[in-house]
Design a protein around this ligand. Structure first.
Ligand code: NAP
Length: 261
């Protein structure tokens, strides 16, 4: 292809014909990600434990003319992760876009964390995106389907820790950033692009809990404000768009320089 073969600009975010699987679509950022992908024509698989919320979101997307289906998924269940990729394929088609969004905070001092919480946080924030990425990549490779996109949700905490009782969370989000880089390299030859978004502080249920515990944390930020999930739309679509096929292995910080550089 030469430059003349590309549209001007080559920046369409049309996702018609694509199937997107979003984990943690029952609240916060994941709910917004699902709505946004559906708005661009993707058929969206909504995954989380609270299926009543997923069903309500699927109804809303269908009422707006989109296509969506709800899938019960506890991401700590490795067998269920493997199964859900097949269920989505049977219902909507093979997964082209995976948004690894489900995640939990630790909200506890490192030396006080019970083993159960250590294991649980690592299972949800690190093991699950790894397993899901591998399950989706296996299918894309087997079907020789290029144009796959994996978007991992890391965090500004991957780069800067302010000592707010989120040490293991920060470690897990660094792992997500590194996972993004290594899997992008691993699957480059299969046409699967792996990128991440590292959000700063955005309104969500997780953030509500943090504000309750810590007070107004935004006072320590340069612009003293929280982000709205809608302010992640453009980055999500940039990373999912077919036009971004040269963008892989990248972690995009969307954090209002929350912790400086
Ligand atoms: N909000 C922020 O400021 C911020 C900043 C940086 C990064 N992040 C990251 O963004 C992602 C979304 O966070 P959020 O702020 O939107 O939090 P949230 O509102 O608490 O949403 C978390 C989502 O994860 C799902 N989830 C949790 N445990 C799960 C499990 N075992 N199996 C399946 N799904 C599970 C929840 O669904 P169910 O409970 O229904 O299963 C929920 O939909 C997380 O990875 C978080 O670390 C958020």
């Amino acid at each position: 292809m030469s430059t003349a073969d590309y549209p001007l600009p080559n920046a369409s975010t049309d996702l018609t014909g694509k199937v997107a699987l979003v984990t943690g679509a029952s609240s916060g950022l994941g709910l917004r990600f699902a709505r946004v992908l559906a708005s661009q024509g993707a058929r969206v698989a909504l995954a989380a434990r609270r299926t009543d919320r997923l069903e309500a979101l699927a109804d809303e997307i269908r009422a707006a003319g989109g296509e969506a289906a709800a899938f019960a998924l506890d991401v700590t269940d490795a067998a269920r992760i493997e199964a859900v990729v097949g269920e989505v394929e049977a219902a909507l088609g093979p997964v082209d876009i995976l948004v690894n969004n489900a995640g939990i905070p630790d909200a506890m001092r490192a030396h006080k964390m019970p083993l159960e919480l250590v294991d649980r946080l690592l299972a949800i924030n690190v093991r699950a995106p790894w397993l899901l990425s591998c399950a989706v990549a296996r299918r894309l490779i087997a079907l020789e389907r290029t144009g796959g996109r994996i978007v991992n949700i890391s965090s500004a905490a991957a780069f800067k820790y302010r000592g707010e009782g989120a040490a293991l969370y920060a470690v897990s989000k660094s792992a997500v950033a590194r996972m993004t880089e290594t899997l992008a390299t691993e699957w480059a030859r299969y046409g699967i692009n792996v990128n991440a978004i590292a959000p700063g502080a955005f309104s969500s249920e997780m953030m509500d809990g943090m504000l309750e515990r810590m007070g107004d944390i935004t006072q320590g930020y340069p612009r003293k404000r929280l982000g709205d999930p809608a302010q992640l739309d453009s980055t999500l679509l940039f990373l999912c768009a077919p036009a971004s096929d040269f963008v892989t292995g990248t972690v995009v910080r969307v954090d209002d320089v929350q912790a400086g550089r």
